[in-house]
Design a protein around this ligand. Structure first.
Ligand code: SF4
Length: 241
């Protein structure tokens, strides 16, 4: 098992991420808590980029549960067909919009249980909405945060819930609000899955990952071997003759 980071190392870990990414934000595009909820629900097993591509034109006119219901499931399905699992996701968005209107006055509830009761909304989506829309210090563990937490010794755990609970215990209060975005961005762009960019990583000296990648040595210019040079000289001399 990877060695755990100490309290002091965790402080330094986040201080460095904060310095490196001073204004961390979600890369999903949204206009209000409702469009954020829809965007996060659509992003399950899909990239933020693919979600933004579909939601950018959609959210120009559809940004409330009422408008979503007026659009209807068929048109919504067509609008998001470039996103993975789009049929099921379109049904969920229509169903959750209905519930928001019926039970929550058309507003997104600031409450984990109520959020997780919505179709297609799991713990991760609820955590993102609570954090981004309502400023709560929740940490939604996705594949990037799971990897970074386990690799570095920050908050190891065998599944996403174990990592989330461990992060809640181990991340200092002052960093909790943005911890989720710092860890996602660090995992997405530096501590990537296959070949992490350890040589340029800002927390390299703190990280306990035993298989850190090394700087690639600069490629040496290929030198001609002595026999090739000798052969070329002989041919040149022969042609002059
Ligand atoms: S040193 Fe490597 S493994 Fe450790 S956090 Fe940085 S990129 Fe990830």
């Amino acid at each position: 098992m990877v060695k755990l980071l100490t309290r002091a190392e965790i402080e330094e870990f986040f201080a460095r991420l904060k310095k490196h990414i001073p204004d961390p934000k979600t890369e999903l595009q949204y206009k209000n808590p409702y469009t954020l909820l829809v965007a996060v629900a659509l992003s399950a097993q899909a990239t933020d980029k693919s979600v933004n591509k579909a939601t950018e034109p959609l959210f120009k006119t559809i940004d409330t549960p009422e408008k979503m219901l007026a659009l209807g499931v068929e048109k919504l399905t067509d609008a998001i067909k470039t996103i993975g699992l789009y049929r099921g996701k379109a049904k969920n968005v229509i169903a959750l919009s209905e519930i928001l209107l019926e039970k929550h006055g058309g507003k997104v509830p600031k409450d984990r249980e109520a959020l997780q009761a919505l179709p297609g909304v799991g713990r991760k989506t609820a955590n993102v909405v609570l954090n981004v829309a309502f400023g709560e210090p929740t940490i939604a563990v996705d594949t990037h945060i799971f990897r970074v937490s386990n690799r570095t010794g920050l908050a190891p755990g065998k599944d996403v819930l174990a990592v989330e609970l461990n992060l809640e215990k181990r991340v200092p209060e002052k960093f909790k609000q943005h911890a989720h975005h710092w860890l996602i961005l660090h995992g997405r762009y530096t501590c990537v899955a296959r070949k992490p960019l350890c040589p340029t990583c800002v927390v390299r000296d703190l990280c306990n990952f035993p298989d850190k990648t090394k700087e690639q040595p600069a490629e040496k210019p290929k030198l001609k071997t002595a026999s090739k040079i000798a052969g070329a000289t002989t041919r040149k001399s022969a042609s002059r003759r």
